[in-house]
Design a protein around this ligand. Sequence first.
Ligand code: SAH
Length: 254
Amino acid sequence: MTDTTPRPRFRLFVDAPLSAGIAVALSRDQTHYLASVMRAEVGEMALLFNGRDGEWLARVAALAKAGAALVPERQTRPQAAEPDLWLLAAPLKKDRTDLVVEKAAELGVSRLWPVFTRRTNAGRVNAERLRAHLVEAAEQCERLTIAELAEPAPLDKVLASWPAGRLLLFLDEGGGGPPLAQVLNGLAPGPLALLVGPEGGFDAEERRMIAARPFARAVGLGPRILRAETAAIAALAVVQALAGDWGLGPRACG
Ligand code: SAH
């Protein structure tokens, strides 16, 4: 977008294909947001993205309680490759999980995978709510994709069907591994995953079970025990800075 174009007040994720002149219908929630919450008007501009066709400037062509239609006029950004970075995280208490999910989306995680470990207290995961957080965070942070939400699963099952070629860095609060930054600096490019434990941490046997996998490496985040959500957010920042799309390192997880 040129500097003279005022920034649209809305940036929305849609499923529909995006191309010039082909109207896109908004969902009921999006219509409500535009019409009733933001009091948008016909003729106002919005940004749309769908994870495939880049980002588009679109004009509100119709807006009623029953539905809204936006017509894409021009592409503002092409779709671009993003780091291939998974976050496996044990579900926490609701607010803390919400925080991790939102920050994971902002920090460019490509797949978020809730995993149940032995000491995980949360019994179930509200996938709909988590997905809504992923969409909202992507809309807000100008991402061009929505992180995939993988089916929540027990950790041992996840490890048993681990895809070839993806390194799993497990955040080991027990001091079992070298510093995360050191490990990242020595890595060849390739897909990555981070694993963070629950509030209660990993138990000793679980830690051994993970470390024994050929694709897993324990890493540390310094001398203090961090809350799980702090550990997840801090580790993602380190990965993006040294090996991801913050652009400081020689290596890119992709
Ligand atoms: N209650 C546990 C701490 C769990 S911290 C205990 O007292 O041992 C929650 C999770 O955050 C851990 O399972 C680990 O994945 C991560 N974590 C916290 N601090 C860390 C550190 N210093 N290094 C690596 N991982 C850490």
